[in-house]
Design a binder for this molecule. Sequence first.
Ligand code: SF4
Length: 353
Amino acid sequence: MPTLRLYARYPFMKGAVEYIRGLGVELEDVISDIAFEAVRSRGRQRVVNALQMGDIGEVSLVTEYEKKVELLSYPVARMIVSAVGDYYLIRKYALAEATRMERRMYEDYEEYKKAGRRRASNFLILMAESLGVDCLAAGDDFSLHICDYLTMATPLHAMEYKLVHQRVQKGRVIVNARRLIRLFRERITRMIEEQLPLPMDNDIAEALSPYIWEVMDILDDTKDKSFVSDIDTEHVEFECFPPCMKEIMASIERGENVPHMGRFSLTAFLHYIGMSNEEILKIFARSSDFADRIARYQIDHITGKISGKEYLPPECNTMRTYGLCNGGDDLCKKEWMHHPLIYYRACTKRRKK
Ligand code: SF4
């Protein structure tokens, strides 16, 4: 029977969600109530550590409270990652979670072995069940269905994982515990990558905004911004705005409520193509809920006047995640098109030819 300790260490486990439901904890409380500050803080730490260290980091899991915080921080971290919506971040985060779980699994396997091999192998089979892997005990080793083996081992380039180097018996691949745990890391990485980003609503993004901004800040430092260096910032060419940005501007004109990410994207975009903060402010002044002081602060923050950091608008993938990409036009369909500023740069260059 899985325990809270196991759920805290391996929050992907099947019973973990049920366990959280059983606690009677509401999502609304987790993201905003002061009582859950430690949970949010650990959720933030998981993401920041993933970006900066490639590992979510270890915490004490002695008391029931500590275990609950660790378990609940997993969905918080996933929400922060989803709200940022950046695919580089998703990959970094997924790998960091999987790397930590791999290490924990190995430690636990060694620990269970002290109580007997059967317990240790039952532990890994329990992990396999939660990961949807067909895995059986085979003496001191384990046997995997060949399809599961191939799915997990194919991304690994080391020769030792190639099928020709494996023991195969009746359609099953025999692996030792260490290799099995390594393969589980691949499974967990892919699983998290496929699950994220989660659908986000504005209330969640608003409640978690301090963490989201911080992660965006760190992420921004890791981005290659070289492609913006040759954008012509002398003349703004509205005809070359990508469809996503035209649509956000049209929504503002119509007096619609543009979500935070839409305003952020448009502000950063206008800044990078050479518009001044005053000019950007005039565009937002057309919106129905315009508040001069707040808009000014946000524009100054995004363009680096306050923070010293000029934020890039999000990539096309992130724009899609937030429902800000309306599919685009023919230029958007080019295989190299992955950023609204690349669209603008390509379009302005074409027009000059
Ligand atoms: S593909 Fe990219 S540039 Fe084109 S509309 Fe979508 S987000 Fe904008």
